[in-house]
Design a protein around this ligand. Sequence first.
Ligand code: URA
Length: 253
Amino acid sequence: MTEPDGVRLQKVLAAAGLGSRRACEELIAGGRVRVDGTVAVLGARVDIATAVIHVDGDRVIVRNDLVYLALNKPSGVLSAMSDDRGRRTITDLVAEQLPDLDQRLFHVGRLDVDTEGLLLLTNDGELAHRLTHPSFGVLKTYLATVPAPVGKDVARRLRAGVELADGPARADGFRVVQTQGEHAIVEITLHEGRKHIVRRLLAEVGHPVARLVRTTIGPVRLGGQRPGTLRPLSRGELAELHRLAESAPADAR
Ligand code: URA
């Protein structure tokens, strides 16, 4: 921290994108800002390295050394920060696109090497830990290409739960998005994070996966983001992720 007594709260909020300093003073005066759980007053100063700030109940990230990125992982890239066999990893992708980023990033969960789609990267170890903890179970959505036709009973079986080698597993949602000749694209939503879970679930109901893309993690959507690219998470996405993490069961904190 550069200022020994902390930085004025309205300056911190304005720098975090909440509006002009004047608008941020009004937020504070209106009792809408909490610092470390206590309603802040005008004139308050904060240590941006440690302060936990909420506006209208939403966490606001004020540390400028924290990085939160969404990656559209292409097939063939390992969900690992390094590989002793020299294969291409997400560290290589980050280094190519953000060569000046001098930060060690964690990936929030994994995708198989041949699975594509949304992966979150951050140097916020606490958030990464909470979101990946097995008891946490953030909802994720995948699009899978499988052999057609997909029978009407498949959705019911997946929602009811099927027995896998390492125990039962179930989908929270399942629908056929489109059928084209011998292939169908299905959308499956689940809280589960076990290894190869979508491939194993769909194989178990007779539909081995030919292609798998993760399209959402909680509030974050892949949308039209191009394969291999990174983008910073929006303030809204971050606030939602922190809200989810704060509601995590005690053993995931
Ligand atoms: N389920 C899978 O089978 N593979 C992934 O990469 C993610 C979820």
